[in-house]
Design a protein. Structure first.
Length: 361
């Protein structure tokens, strides 16, 4: 039996949007007294947890666990573009979280495993702070929560190692923005819980190690995953309207990710090649295909990479290693950020070569 208690009391004091000097030296003084945004984000939380492993048979074991989260988050302060009476927000966190997993050993090195566990994501500072005079945060924001369940088969037999897993992930109360009208019929952006999502997937790892002689060996592996992530009962803002996105793909979740490699070793030298593939994905919940003018939304194209590595140990103390990454100089990017360091794409590195001399003293 493993049990414990955790207590947290945190005060995030955020001061921003003050008018500073124009000097070139580092200076935190303000030209105009007062900050445009002066907020306290206070969180108190206490958590109890307990876990136990039950050996029900020689080859069969069950793990059970529970965690109780009890706390609250309070935001107070001022923002120059927001009414003081509308700014304070209090969000309570009350979650009983349970988990259970089991494993059955077919042999000493081969087993079947299953598991189910709950989790939650508390609201954070950026979820409830209004970004502008046109944005309003929901006073009844709810923490995101959900569960993950999986079943797998793993083991080792002679020259093979493998692990195959199927999983299902449920994510409720995702956060986003909607369009609404205020009391005076002005259009506002309303930050609130916009719906749920679910992800079903498969993960597969297989590695084979072959001895070709006293000094020669060959190793092959693949690590591949398939994920189908979709929104359920969800609505998001698109311009000045709200759009139902039930069935849309969850952003930044490619359907396929695959890493495949080969390593050939002879005596003190080795050569490795790694081929990687990532399928296309969307940058937003609306599943926009054509990129916007800023590049913040649109399709993130699929890409594939080949990396090479050569290493040789010259003596007991000297080792040389050479790496060639992105052999075919693929032009690609992995995401379209909407905020820092600015909307657009993050271009990834092109062909890169490096060499290393390692000396062991």
């Amino acid at each position: 039996m493993l049990a414990g208690i955790q207590y947290m009391n945190n005060d995030l004091h955020r001061q921003q949007q003050g008018k500073g000097t124009t000097g070139t030296d580092f200076d935190l003084s303000l030209v105009t007294p007062g900050w445009g945004r002066d907020l306290h984000f206070k969180t108190k939380n206490i958590a109890f947890f307990a876990e136990n492993r039950w050996l029900l048979a020689k080859r069969f074991s069950v793990n059970t666990g529970v965690r109780m989260e009890i706390g609250e988050t309070n935001m107070t302060g001022t923002t120059i573009y927001y009414s003081e009476k509308d700014l304070p927000n209090k969000i309570e966190h009350h979650f009983p979280l349970f988990g259970v997993s089991a494993q059955y050993d077919l042999t000493q090195n081969i087993n079947i495993y299953v598991g189910w566990s709950q989790a939650y994501r508390p609201v954070i500072f950026k979820d409830i702070i209004p970004q502008s005079i046109y944005e309003v945060s929901d006073k009844n924001l709810k923490d995101a929560y959900g569960y993950n369940t999986e079943i797998g088969f793993r083991g080792k037999w002679k020259f093979l190692n493998w692990d195959a897993t199927g999983f299902y992930l449920k994510y409720n109360n995702r956060l986003g923005t909607l369009v609404e009208n205020d009391a005076t019929n002005n259009l506002i952006i309303f930050r609130t819980n916009i719906g749920d999502s679910r992800t079903a997937g498969l993960e597969f790892f297989l590695q084979g190690d072959f001895s070709l002689g006293k000094k020669t060996s060959l190793s092959l592996f693949t690590s591949t995953s398939f994920m189908d992530a979709q929104y359920e009962d969800a609505v998001v803002r698109s311009g000045n309207t709200n759009v139902n996105i039930d069935g849309n793909k969850v952003e930044s979740v490619p359907s396929w990710i695959s890493r495949n490699g080969i390593t050939f070793r002879y005596s003190s030298a080795s050569f490795s090649a790694l081929y990687s593939y990532t399928s296309e994905s969307y940058a937003d919940a609306l599943n926009t295909v054509t990129p916007s003018a800023s590049g913040a939304v649109g399709l993130v194209p699929a890409y594939q990479l080949l990396d090479l590595n050569f290493a040789i140990r010259l003596t007991e103390i000297i080792k040389l290693q050479f790496n060639l990454s992105n052999v075919f100089d693929e032009h690609y990017f992995t995401k379209r950020p909407q905020f820092y360091p600015g909307p657009g794409i993050w271009p990834s590195d092109g062909r890169t070569f490096s060499g290393t001399v390692a000396i062991k003293i």
